[in-house]
Design a protein around this ligand. Sequence first.
Ligand code: AMP
Ligand code: MG
Length: 394
Amino acid sequence: MTVTFEQARECVLREVRPLESAEQVPVLDSAGRVLAESIMADRDYPPFPRSARDGYAVRAADLPGVLQLIGEVRAGEVFEGSVGAGQAVSIMTGAPLPTGADAVIMIEHTRLEGDRVIPDRTLKPGDNFNPRGVEAHRGDTVLGSGQRLGFAEIAVLAMVGRACVSVYRRPRVAILPTGDEIVEAGEQPREFQIRNSNAWSLAVQVRRAGGIDQLLPIARDNYQSTRSLIEQGLAEADLLLLSGGVSAGKYDIVERVLADLGARFFFDRVLIQPGQPLVFGAIRDKFFFGLPGNPASTMVTFELFARAAIERLSGASVAALPLLRARLTSDFHHKPGLTRFLPARVSDDGASVTPQPWHGSGDVAALARANAFLVAEADREAWSGGDDIRVLIK
Ligand code: AMP
Ligand code: MG
């Protein structure tokens, strides 16, 4: 079945569900993993009305006016008295607001003469401090199951006092290159042979998506070799990624082997370039992708579809593509009908994008020079220099 780019994305996101199992890991080791529990605030945040500035705790109604300095409160201390009419307490960022005070005036907005504080402006009650509980109340959910743990999320776990956390198991992803012409990257190829670069680019992409890569030997373009390695991959991994053998050539036998193994095919052609002969399906409860073997096709179809599947298996509730918009530096046109993903360079300031010269889906070196893919929508033919265009970050 042939589908559009959008239909193929929807299909992958609809079909793939998180793996059931979770494990407890120390918080620092959970970075990059996906939460399998909800995290609650263990107390109010901030736990006390917290000064956001260095200055003086005051009553806003006393301003403008000259205030009497009656003491000091530092972060990590509590002021024992209270702030009465006409009084001020010197306060540091992070210190609790003394009772009686309802605002903090920044030190830069005052003059001190002996024990007299002279503000140069007025304040509203609530200025320059964070009331208790404004960020979260005790018992509120601060992180949800399905959230990927980055540096800010790890800070939240530390803040609420967690030592360990429950995360989804990382999916095991088997990588199966195919082709009679392919030799391992460490080997010396003969004139007409090609080193296996796809297994390594895929391994890195799998790791980046949160999976555990498992490299299989190269399957030869014959039924028995392909079948036994596909069976091995399905037995050992949660997801199988094949590269090559899904085009229309006489020795492209991957689909036939998968069909004989009882595969359900969700699609076997997507209206994209590179990567049109892309296969997605399942055998029993295991999903597989037959990625086209041309290196650019393999890399692009992984980023567009297989990455989402791995993120889904990893428990992530969001598996969005890293898309942005940038201004084209020159005119651009393509033949409508396919969504194209072409190597491009986004400028350092992120504002503009320039298509990169390349020689088609075998051109690995051009991909290494690119930092993004320009996304040419299937229903538009031409863009002028200065137009905004969608860009997929590499
Ligand atoms: P295929 O999809 O099997 O028709 O392969 C398409 C092109 O990609 C051919 O030129 C292959 O030599 C090349 N290719 C296939 N597999 C790999 C691989 N693992 N590493 C590098 N190139 C490959
Ligand atoms: Mg091949």
